[in-house]
Ligand binder design. Structure first.
Ligand SMILES: [Zn+2]
Length: 183
């Protein structure tokens, strides 16, 4: 391990001097590493980053990933992976997820945050499933007005315009601790 190697939670800079960048967060006092990796202090942008080892950024079969919905097609969604088993990744690997068996009007929207489980790697494509109660959408917005939505039995309702819609929600919907690392 070099002297730049970090472990999760390690102090890497003071928030008075640097903002938390990739794979880093601030605890109100210090910028800390969110993952193992190499410390990268960028004096130009005044951000403190952690470069994540490449070999951790490709999800394996059975891994649980959280990502941003990049595309929604008739029978599948494509998701750009942001977290693998809770560890942030900046490599922006995409996976696809079949939605053929999910009986919902709008399983996901582009830019929703989804939690998926990796099923297999086929022909260079990473396939994931959304079809478990813990899996599904963690964060979404109203399709009509972009407002905040709250769950209502199997559906969601907009707090702004009262539009009722459906999503394949995760059982973790609304418990959005992961958002802290994104901001
Ligand atoms: Zn709305």
């Amino acid at each position: 391990m070099s002297e730049n190697a970090t472990y999760p939670g390690e102090k890497i800079a003071s928030i008075e001097e640097y903002e938390a960048g990739y794979n880093a967060f601030d605890d109100g006092d210090m910028v800390r590493a969110a993952t193992i990796g190499q410390k990268d202090i960028d004096k130009t942008t005044r951000t403190a980053n952690i470069n994540h080892p490449k070999n951790l950024s490709i999800p394996k079969v059975g891994d649980v990933v959280i990502g941003t919905v990049a595309a929604v097609m008739s029978s599948m969604i494509a998701v750009s992976i942001d977290y693998i088993n809770g560890n942030p990744t900046t490599s922006k690997v995409e996976c696809v997820c079949s939605t053929r068996n999910i009986r919902k009007r709008n399983i996901a929207l582009v830019n929703d945050i989804a939690k998926l489980k990796i099923l297999n790697h086929l022909n260079g494509t990473i396939h994931a499933t959304i079809d478990e109660s813990s899996l599904g959408i963690l964060f979404t917005k109203c399709r009509k007005c972009g407002g905040k939505v709250v769950p209502m039995r199997d559906a969601i309702k907009c707090t702004e315009c009262s539009w009722i819609d459906e999503r394949k929600l995760s059982a973790d919907f609304g418990k959005s601790d992961f958002v802290k690392l994104r901001e």
